[in-house]
Design a protein around this ligand. Sequence first.
Ligand code: NI
Length: 172
Amino acid sequence: MSVRRVLKMGDPILFKVAEPVRDFDSPGLQALITDMFDTMAALSGAGLAAPQIGVSQRVVIFGVEANPRYPDAEPVPTTVLINPVIEFLTQHSEEGWEGCLSVPGMRGLVNRCTHLRYTGFDQHGAPIAREAHGFHARVVQHECDHLDGILYPMRLKDMRLFGYEDTLFPEM
Ligand code: NI
């Protein structure tokens, strides 16, 4: 289908609470998901939320195999997750560097829960229920935040640990 333009931080659509999907298996939903995968692949992203391409619906995709943006990341299954719900399974959290296609060229250190369960639906309306740890759990939290109008810089605890990736990580 097509690689779509990714909205950047500052666009008000990114700060809206997205609407639940009610009609699964609609051609519009399938086209949206195809465009999201094309866009994520073109930009080597680990995940993408529909609001990032201007569609304020509760649809996220993610998946990591070998990703040049995340060379040390463990694999995350390629997933379409619609109307997601996250349940935290631990109080424990850890800090990790995050980036976002809507905040290009930057990274920030964000604290995230390390163990959670997520539920939701795939693109055909079939239920999904999984537990996730570590990087997988981080990606899910980051993408689902987009559906509530939250970008990772809004979760930074220390602005000194937010900056340009070519300066923070000159070796990359
Ligand atoms: Ni993002």
